[in-house]
Design a protein around this ligand. Structure first.
Ligand code: E4P
Length: 217
């Protein structure tokens, strides 16, 4: 399973990229707003850090296909690695159809059912983003959705890749890997937590103590 980082914070993107574990970035309107920076400016900076797919979402206030198509073309023109993130609606699917025919990559977001994922794949989406954590939040096991989509895409040989989104903790990551997600998009805090284990810390402390006892500093 591949990893993307789910943030518009360039410091976190740099840290994860330096670790060598991420090969892409996803953003959304809330993440861009959190940074309080101009969309184009922050997206351009991200393209200088990570050489891989970077999802930039159409404006949250754009709901018609024509508007999403126009914005999608602008987003795609920022950099060849750009992926246009489009919400799962009838208008969104129309936009995906047009943009994908133009060779523009798309990521259909806010996927909460297998049927939505099938429709997005049929419309030509490069990626679908099922939201694991938000389903868990309403007492529906999000991981079941990831597993079901992976199974369906496998049966029919869809090339659309599954990005497990709304990943909130390290257990989600393991579950996504087992469920067959192609990619997990993960906040920096979760990536950092994944590196940790108390026995690793204890082991390092013991190696240091044993070494210093014989060889000094
Ligand atoms: C990524 O594509 C999504 O926008 C993101 O993972 C949503 O995460 P959240 O549910 O924690 O806001």
């Amino acid at each position: 399973m591949k990893f993307f980082i789910d943030t518009a914070n360039v410091d976190d993107i740099r840290k994860a990229n330096d670790m060598g574990v991420i090969c892409g970035v996803t953003t959304n309107p809330s993440l861009i707003a959190k940074e309080g920076r101009n969309f184009n400016e922050v997206i351009k900076e991200i393209t200088t850090i990570v050489d891989g797919p970077i999802s930039g979402e159409v404006k949250a206030t754009t709901t018609d296909a024509e508007g999403m198509i126009a914005e999608g073309r602008e987003i795609a023109s920022i950099h060849p690695n750009m992926v246009v993130k489009i919400p799962m609606t009838v208008e969104g699917l129309k936009a995906v159809k047009v943009l994908s025919k133009e060779g523009i990559k798309t990521n259909v977001t806010l996927i909460f059912s297998a049927n939505q994922a099938i429709l997005a794949a049929e419309a030509g989406a490069s990626y679908v983003s099922p939201f694991l954590g938000r389903l868990d939040d309403i007492n529906q096991p999000g991981i079941d959705l990831i597993r079901t989509i992976a199974e369906i895409f496998d049966i029919y040989g869809y090339e659309t890749e599954i990005i497990a989104a709304s990943v909130r903790n390290p257990i989600h990551v393991t579950d996504c890997a087992l469920a067959g997600a192609d990619i997990a998009t993960v906040p920096y805090k979760v990536i950092e937590t994944m590196t940790k284990h108390p026995l690793t810390d204890q082991g390092i402390a013991k190696f240091q103590a044993d070494y210093k006892a014989v060889f000094g500093e």
